[in-house]
Structure formats: C-alpha cells, structure tokens
Design a protein around this ligand. Structure first.
Ligand SMILES: NC(=O)c1ccc[n+]([C@@H]2O[C@H](COP(=O)([O-])OP(=O)(O)OC[C@H]3O[C@@H](n4cnc5c(N)ncnc54)[C@H](O)[C@@H]3O)[C@@H](O)[C@H]2O)c1
Ligand SMILES: O=C(O)C(=O)C[C@]1(C(=O)O)C=C[C@@H](O)C=C1
Length: 296
C-alpha cells in the first residue's frame, strides 16, 4: 500500500494505527517501518511498560488513546487477544475515518467477524479480517522482530461486504510486511487451524501440566531432553491468548480434541495388547507423513 493508492490526496501523510503492540503488533510496526509504507505509526496498549518498549524499539512513533488512533489512522490493525475484538471495535467505531481500513491478526476468524459485524454495523465493509501464520511462544513488544512475517503466510478472509479495492489494499498491507497471502473462508480457516495450531497448543499445555503435576516433577524436568523441549516449546505461550482462542473456536477445537483422544486411546490399547505390528504400522505411517510434510 502506498499513499497514492489509499489517499485521495496523494501528498497527505499516511498513518498506521496498531491496537495491541505485543509480539504480533510490534512486529507489524517494525516491518511496516522498514517498508516505509506509512509516514507515522501510532500504538494503543493496555500496559504502559509495553508501550514504552514498543517506542524504544521503534515499532511505534507515538502511544495514543483508542479514540485518537481511530480519528487519525488510515489503516488500523487490531492485534489483541481475540475476546477483546468487540470492545475495541465498538470503542473506535464512532471515530474511524470514512476511508480508513481495518484489519486484524486474530488466530480465529468466525468469532472476530461476528464481533466486527456487531460492533461496526454498516462500517464492517471497512474491516478485512486476517491472520498471520507467524508468531512464537514469547509475548509482548520485547519479543517483536522486524522479519517475523518474512516468507510466512497471512490468511485473509474477505467479507461479502468488502469491496475489491479494500481487500487489495489490505492484501498489499500484509505483503509489505514480507508475508505471502492466501484467501480462505472463515469457516474453513477455523476448521484448519483448530487441527494444526489450536489442538497442538492444547496438547502441549496438557503435557507440561502432566509433568509439572507429578510428584517427581523436578527429577523429570531435570532430565528432559530435546523431545520434551520440542513438544512443550509452545506451552510457554500467552495463557490469555490461548484461553480466548480455545473458547472462540470451541466447536472445531472439541472436534479435533475428540478425534485425537480416540486415536491415543487406540494407540493405548495397541500398546496394552503388545501388538507390535500394529504399532509399527501406525508409527511408520506417521513418520513418513512427517518427513513428506517437512520436504514440501
Ligand atoms: N503469538 C502468536 O504466535 C500469534 C500468531 C498469529 C496471531 N496471533 C494473534 O495475534 C493477537 C496478538 O497476539 P500476540 O502474540 O501479539 O500477544 P501479546 O500478548 O504479545 O500482545 C497482545 C497485546 O495486546 C494488548 N492488549 C490486550 N488487550 C488490549 C486492549 N483492550 N487494548 C489495548 N491493548 C490490549 C496487550 O497488552 C498486549 O501488549 C492475538 O489475537 C493472537 O491470537 C498470535
Ligand atoms: O510459532 C509458534 O510458536 C506458534 O505457535 C505460531 C502459531 C502456530 O503456528 O500455531 C500460533 C498461533 C497462530 O495463530 C499462528 C501461528
């Protein structure tokens, strides 16, 4: 996106507003600063310490209120835990510029879209939902990286209400961060990410809890190797963010979790029966699929 495409007056300064300048928001700030797509980057936050960090690393130029951000920004990106979406959009709705565009980074899309429709009413045409498939277990602006989105996918879930130039402009916004974009329906998005992102996080939290809850937790953790480290890396992720994701995408997450429980029960029974052939067959298939996926 550049000034001539978005602004009726080509020389008017272009302002980006980032609501929630944690890992995802501050990384967008750094990437957009590098791309020089905006003249000014404003940040809105909940914690002053985090805003100070975002200013210090240069992810934002100024910390402002929600209202100031809405009044001044030409593009707004909402990067808060998904359950906050409604209250944020509701608060900015009376103040957003008529030609401003809003996008988001939420990990779930159907709930975010529902919140946007309720909060924005007719102005929902200005909201183009998105989800970057990049991140990490660390949170806050201290974890931000300029190249977080480089070569990573961003899923865009356009609404029927969106006009094509608005979708194109938000597509360019995400491309400017270094990402590649892909369009998908919100329903498909939520089903796919329940399987390959939300389920793995629940499993990782569960394993970490299982070990931490055991009487000899210190002994186990003292001897844990790379396998445990790899499996539980994501258990260090933001609890608030993952609570919101699990509740927002409850139906799809429960469906995946139930399938997983059935499969682990099957493997449990196979081990109990000492059916080596069946175990070998299952593990051989999983191992081959993992190697095939890695080589894609
Ligand atoms: N971390 C990831 O791997 C990842 C990847 C893709 C998408 N996402 C999504 O991006 C969003 C942000 O995640 P993150 O990893 O940057 O989390 P984070 O905890 O690092 O940052 C969220 C920031 O939002 C701020 N915030 C929360 N409520 C707010 C409010 N009402 N007003 C203003 N600021 C508020 C918090 O203070 C925090 O600084 C979430 O919706 C998450 O689902 C995360
Ligand atoms: O790299 C990580 O730690 C992540 O978990 C990133 C990850 C994922 O791949 O599941 C987490 C949540 C998102 O919404 C998108 C990406």
């Amino acid at each position: 996106m550049n000034a001539t495409q978005k602004n009726p007056s080509a020389n008017a300064p272009l302002t980006l507003g980032i609501i929630g300048v944690g890992l995802i928001g501050a990384s967008i700030g750094l990437a957009q600063k590098k791309a020089k797509a905006f003249d000014r980057v404003l940040g809105v936050g909940r914690s002053q310490t985090n805003l100070d960090e975002a200013l210090k690393i240069g992810a934002i130029d100024q910390a402002v209120s929600l209202e100031e951000c809405a009044k001044e920004a030409d593009v707004i990106v909402v990067c808060v835990p998904v359950a906050q979406t409604f209250s944020i959009l509701h608060a900015i709705e009376p103040h957003i510029k008529a030609n401003a565009l809003i996008t988001d980074a939420g990990s779930t899309k159907s709930d975010v879209i529902m919140a946007a429709k309720t909060a924005l009413g007719d102005k929902v045409a200005q909201f183009i939902p998105a989800h970057p498939i990049a991140g990490g277990a660390q949170h806050g602006a201290t974890a931000a990286k300029e190249d977080l989105y480089q070569g990573k996918e961003v899923i865009i879930c356009p609404l029927q209400e969106n006009i094509p130039p608005a979708v194109d402009a938000i597509n360019e916004f995400w491309l400017a961060t270094g990402a590649v974009t892909h369009k998908m329906s919100a329903l498909q998005h939520d089903a796919v990410f329940a399987s390959i992102s939300h389920l793995p996080h629940v499993l990782s939290f569960a394993l970490m809890l299982q070990v931490a809850n055991s009487e000899d937790a210190n002994v186990k953790l003292g001897h844990a190797g790379a396998g445990f480290r790899d499996f539980t890396r994501i258990a260090a992720s933001s609890p608030e963010m993952w609570r919101d994701i699990c509740l927002a995408n409850k139906t799809a997450v429960l469906k995946e979790l139930d399938k997983y429980l059935n499969l682990t029960k099957l493997l449990r029974d196979t081990i109990a029966k000492e059916d080596g052939d069946a175990l070998l067959k299952a593990f051989t298939r999983a191992s081959a699929e993992r190697q095939k996926w890695e080589g894609r």
